[in-house]
Design a binder for this molecule. Structure first.
Ligand SMILES: *Cc1c(COP(=O)(O)O)cnc(C)c1O
Length: 399
């Protein structure tokens, strides 16, 4: 089968539901931090999908786990035990605040699960009135009805209302605003320790500490959405470790299985105890192949020297980005931590992202005015220098 770039794009225009605005770029293969299009052009990948391919592309250990997993059982359902799932659950619990894990297939599903578990916890602890949920401005938690209801972006919400009720938004990083809405009727507070999609905004330490205290005081469960900022992205295994605050539930997805679909809800024993057989489930979730791959990814990331390198490379990138910002009138600042950075743009961020492709650089937007960088955690310093050089050329060209 030979099909060229124009034919592929024509098929997508004719047959795919038009929910994505794609550039005329057909990707064909990847190697480490690099992507190649169908015409053989090379791009430095500073998006990693969207924080998914944390170990880069074509990673030997990932490929081997897929190969071996395919030789064994690809799928088993959740009606039976399998070793990879049990081992992955242990790895996640032993490395985190959590005592138990529920597996699913994506980020939005993980948040959907967390919201359901909070409802069940309220009922089981004789507080069925605690159905309210507090979320924050700038949040992104997913696209299904429950997760969308706690996502702030009006453009994503408006066409699908009514969403689930009982959700109140407070201002991110404003504890007073949170204090006003976390009432006795609130069962759960959901927050990203570092907001991703909403503009790459780290929570202030006092904000997360304050939320923990408010939740304890008012009897609400605290849910951390670490789907984007977790699993090494900030230079710690879990983003919450930067804050010294632990949640009652935490959701994971994006990088966990190196590009294969998986999601997870991590829970304390106190919450887990209120869930019973039949309360929630999934047909596909966490089959043996996917879990074997996730274990490989997890065990690579969960190494002190790997995480220290992410932190050091992240600090280096942050310094270099400050220089780019200082030199460009288009950029007003930068924020982030680890290998998760946002550049505040004076023009639509999409214009910078589009120009970057002409300089062999793949980057992302985070909202209208933020350019987002999420390189693979395995990116080298030499590649970071190339990233900076290409980014400088990009902003000069746009300017
Ligand atoms: C991407 C993302 C989600 C949704 O994940 P999907 O796998 O796309 O459903 C939820 N929360 C955060 C913080 C995310 O970045």
């Amino acid at each position: 089968m030979t099909i060229n770039t124009q034919e592929i794009i024509a098929l997508e225009k004719q047959y795919l539901l038009q929910t994505y605005k794609r550039p005329d770029l057909v990707l064909e293969r990847g190697e480490g931090s690099w992507l190649y299009d169908a015409q053989g052009r090379q791009y430095l990948d500073a998006g990693a999908g969207i924080a998914v391919t944390a170990l880069g592309h074509h990673h030997e250990a990932v490929i081997e786990a897929i190969r071996q997993g395919a030789e064994g059982l690809i799928h088993s359902s959740n009606l039976y035990h399998t070793a990879p799932q049990a081992l992955l659950a242990r790895d996640l619990c032993e490395s985190s605040f959590a005592d138990r894990v529920f597996f699913c297939n994506s980020g939005t599903e993980a948040n959907e699960g967390a919201l359901k578990f909070a409802r069940k916890y309220a009922r089981a602890t004789s507080r069925p009135d605690k159905t309210g949920i507090v979320a924050f401005s700038g949040s992104f938690h997913g696209r299904t009805m429950g997760a969308l209801a706690v996502t702030a972006t009006v453009k994503y919400r408006a066409p699908f209302e009514p969403l689930i009720g009982g959700v109140t938004f407070a201002e991110f990083n404003n504890l007073d605003s949170a204090r006003q809405v976390i009432t006795e009727q609130i069962g759960a507070v959901i927050v990203e320790p570092v907001q991703g999609e909403g503009g790459v905004t780290p929570a202030e330490p006092e904000f997360l500490t304050g939320l923990r205290a408010l939740c304890d005081e008012r009897g609400a469960l605290l849910i951390f959405d670490e789907i984007q900022c977790g699993l090494g992205r900030t230079g710690k295994l879990w983003a919450y470790e930067n804050y010294g605050v632990t949640p009652d539930l935490m959701t994971l997805a994006k990088p966990l299985a190196g590009g294969l679909p998986i999601g997870a809800v991590l829970l304390t024993q106190a919450v887990a105890e209120t869930l019973e057989v039949g309360d929630h489930g999934s047909t596909f979730a966490a089959g043996p192949l996917v879990c074997s791959v996730a274990r490989v990814v997890f065990n690579q990331i969960n190494q002190p020297h790997f995480l220290a390198e992410v932190k050091a490379k992240g600090d280096y990138l942050g310094e270099k980005l400050a220089t780019v910002v200082a030199q460009s009138p288009l950029l007003a600042g930068r924020r982030g931590r680890g290998l998760m950075w946002g550049l505040l743009s004076e023009i639509p961020a999409a214009e910078i992202v589009a120009e970057a492709r002409n300089h062999g650089l793949i980057i992302l937007v985070a909202g209208e005015r933020v350019v987002r960088l999420l390189p693979p955690l395995t990116i080298t310093r030499a590649e970071l220098d190339m990233l900076i050089e290409r980014l400088s050329k990009t902003v000069t060209a746009v300017g």
